[in-house]
Design a protein. Structure first.
Length: 152
């Protein structure tokens, strides 16, 4: 590894390696094993979420926006109906739905993506699972859900 690469964040190094194309079979196997491990850890954590509805929506709406208020009401109504509310764990619509679930005394689950900048999990989560790969996160947001709500 050259000096410039050694000081970069690990995600940047992984990105450059990925862009170089196919790697050795052993490297590809290690990569696949890491992804498999991420799936298994998430399956173990989310296995008992119960009846669940996933709410998808933007991270950009603040508390005063009408869509935030709507998502909070949706989260509350879902929790009152006995559903666990699952989101991508971020701010905006995701936070509002999780917050609404907690307002109603329901379960609130977040599937957070670990990014070099930006998204930190919102504070309204009973269960949090962190992911390094977007596609693994998307699979888990879908796997345990009985229904989906898509908001702006």
């Amino acid at each position: 590894m050259d000096a410039a690469t050694a000081t970069e964040a690990p995600d940047r190094v992984d990105e450059r390696r990925f862009l170089r194309g196919p790697q050795s079979r052993l490297s590809e196997l290690r990569f696949a094993a890491g992804i498999f491990g991420e799936f298994i850890a998430a399956f173990r954590t989310l296995h008992f979420v119960g009846p669940c509805v996933t709410v998808f929506g933007s991270a950009r709406f603040g508390e005063e926006h009408r869509y935030y208020r709507l998502a909070r009401e949706v989260g509350r109504a879902l929790a009152q109906g006995g559903f666990t509310v699952m989101t991508g764990a971020g701010p905006g619509i995701m936070e509002a739905a999780n917050r609404g679930a907690q307002d109603a005394g329901g379960r609130s689950v977040g599937c957070n993506i670990e990014l070099p900048v930006e998204q930190a999990p919102n504070p309204y989560l009973d269960v949090l699972v962190n992911f390094r790969h977007f596609f693994v996160r998307k699979v888990l947001l879908v796997k345990y859900s009985y229904a989906f709500v898509v908001l702006p």
